[in-house]
Design a protein around this ligand. Structure first.
Ligand code: NAD
Ligand code: IPM
Ligand code: MN
Length: 353
């Protein structure tokens, strides 16, 4: 029996609603296979913060090191500062485990109407740098409460960081159309971006079968809504990749279906799988959150753990459910989170029978 130990961090808000549904779906997906998922559920997040003054215990990273993957819902609560929730949990996990790739596939499904006129076919993979760039820890606030009050943050781009994310993106592009778009802002305003362009171009020049196009981020945002079909794989810095992933997912129809894999490709540390969306306080507690982003992230986790066949079966099952229009209100449907999960489980079992 192939056993994988999974750290489960449901977190906050709708994370607490979509996570149990996704876990049940994954259990159904592995039925009949020689695989066991041993869930290690941790109560870390904003409730934990209110009780203990921190988002997770001091030995949390060590505790997770011993597990094969991390399955995260979302963190963020209106009553706790995002500074605490993010720097106290999400960001340290990405960094301590050197999860420098944030892989975000976004695609349309027939049955899910695009938010864009003409209902275009969208199939884009965003390869987002995940541990440096604009999200550096260097910075802060000063002179608070005085007229000189200021905030500053230093973007840090390293050759090593740009090279490795580009190499990963090149491999993704080679496995698809070979077309790679680099999101940039190199018109001299942002000092780091000409460096990004140089290193990206060098790495691509050493690779076979990839055509590189560098596109300014503002124009790329417009192109992503005007002609998303012209984009296949995007390599982007931390902040640009973050914004583009919600933009393209919104264009497909809802950010509720988009998954993300925070990968340590060398597998020296556990990788983390989570939906692209956050804790959605505006709909939390109503049972209507779309669980597909979490379920799809679960499929990416199964693929990472070596179970391509199970992952593909699960993707086919939720695709069929989406195509039948069995969806939550964000996609115009009337099903609850739990009902969508049940529909995916029923589809998995029907296909197996
Ligand atoms: P959000 O992604 O939580 O929500 C944005 C909008 O999309 C909301 O209207 C929400 O209702 C909707 N939405 C999101 N997921 C949905 C789903 N599964 N089904 C249906 N509708 C969905 O972003 P936000 O409101 O800007 O942020 C809320 C909190 O989440 C903040 O504290 C933020 O820092 C945090 N956040 C955390 C993560 C993470 O844990 N990885 C990611 C993004 C935001
Ligand atoms: C995401 C989120 C996070 C990010 C926030 C919550 C720090 O938006 O995972 O996309 O920007 O990385
Ligand atoms: Mn985001």
């Amino acid at each position: 029996m192939n056993t994988h130990v999974i750290t489960v961090l449901a977190g906050d808000g709708i994370g607490l609603e979509v996570m149990p549904v996704a876990m049940e779906v994954l259990e159904a997906a592995i039925e009949g296979h020689d695989v066991r998922l041993e869930w290690r559920e941790q109560p870390w997040g904003s409730d934990y913060y209110r009780q203990h003054g921190r988002m997770m215990p001091t030995d949390a990273i060590t505790t997770m090191t011993a597990t094969d993957a991390i399955f995260l819902g979302a963190v963020g609560h209106p009553d706790v500062s995002d500074v605490e929730t993010l720097w106290g949990m999400l960001i340290p996990i990405r960094r301590e485990f050197d999860q420098y790739v944030n892989l975000r596939p976004v695609r349309s499904f027939s049955g899910v109407r695009s938010s864009l006129a003409g209902d275009p076919e969208i199939d884009v993979v965003i390869v987002r740098e995940n541990v440096e760039g604009e999200y550096s820890a260097v910075g802060g606030r000063s002179y608070q409460g005085t007229p000189f009050e200021a905030a500053h943050q230093q973007s840090i781009f390293t050759r090593h960081g740009i090279e490795r994310i580009t190499r990963f993106a090149v491999e993704v592009a080679q496995g698809r159309s070979g077309r790679l778009v680099s999101a940039t802002k190199s018109n001299g305003i942002i000092h780091t971006m000409p460096f990004w362009d140089e290193v990206v171009a060098e790495v691509v020049a050493q690779s076979d079968g990839v055509q590189l196009e560098s596109v300014l981020i503002d124009a790329l945002a417009a192109r992503a809504v005007r002609s998303p079909q012209s984009i296949d794989v995007i390599v982007a810095s931390n902040l640009f990749g973050d914004i583009l992933s919600d933009l393209v997912a919104g264009a497909v129809g809802s950010i509720g279906i988009a998954p993300s894999a925070n990968l340590n490709p060398e597998r020296e540390h556990p990788s983390m799988f989570e939906p692209v969306h956050g804790s959605a306080p505006d709909i939390a507690g109503r049972g209507i959150a779309n669980p597909i982003g979490q379920i799809w992230a679960g499929a990416m986790m199964l693929r990472h753990l070596g179970h391509d066949d199970i992952a593909t079966g699960l993707e086919e099952a939720f695709t069929a459910v989406l195509e039948r229009g069995e969806v939550t209100p964000d996609l115009g449907g009337s099903l609850s989170t739990v009902e969508v999960g049940a529909a995916v489980i029923a589809e998995l079992r029907r296909r197996r029978a």
